[in-house]
Design a protein around this ligand. Sequence first.
Ligand SMILES: [Zn+2]
Length: 239
Amino acid sequence: MKMMNLNQAKFKEIQKKIDTVIIPIGTIEAHGEHLPLGTDVLIPEGLVEKIETKMGEKVLIAPTVNYGHVWTLAAYPGSINISTEVLMQYVCEIGQAFVKAGFKNIVLLNGHGGNIPALTTAGERIADLDVQVITFNWWIDFKNEILQICEGQGHAGEDETSAALAVAEEYCDMSLAKENNRQLIANIKRKNIGLLSYQYGLSGEATKGSKEKGEKILESVADRIMEILEQIWKDEIIV
Ligand SMILES: [Zn+2]
């Protein structure tokens, strides 16, 4: 059930029936030379597309938060940075507005690593209103599943390239896909360090990405998210 397509009467109806809202959150950022700037938006949207198809009226799909926090790759063309503070406040207020509208499970489906600190704090503040906030960072939370399909992971690397090919092949140019296996010796922050560590705006082996792997990744991640939601609805939250 996509909120963007509902009128207010239909929204009022589903408010009574649905207590879970999924908010996809991405960013606009360079993704190697071969993937679109909107990769981190397109992949969560691909996931909610699958979830909506299978779960129908069990979840409300909120409009996507398109902009996010970009620091490491801010120097690359097409990276648009929103500060962690502003993103935190923005997501927090969106979540709180859904709580006010009666939703009890606020799901933050994140596509971008730089958003994590903002989403952690936003999640805590929303949860303080006595609701549940479930945050999925798909490439981290489902790493085990992904590594059964791909050899490696990375920013615009094998896994993300594959997922991007599955959702938006027309915007990917695999003739520009490269490899970058540089690693910093520690978590070093320095202005424009991404130009050094994320050569080409990339980490990992983009050349190994394929649409077939991407379709398997999306299927597997969407299935896991749905399984977890079903457990949460039964309040089976401990493994
Ligand atoms: Zn990404």
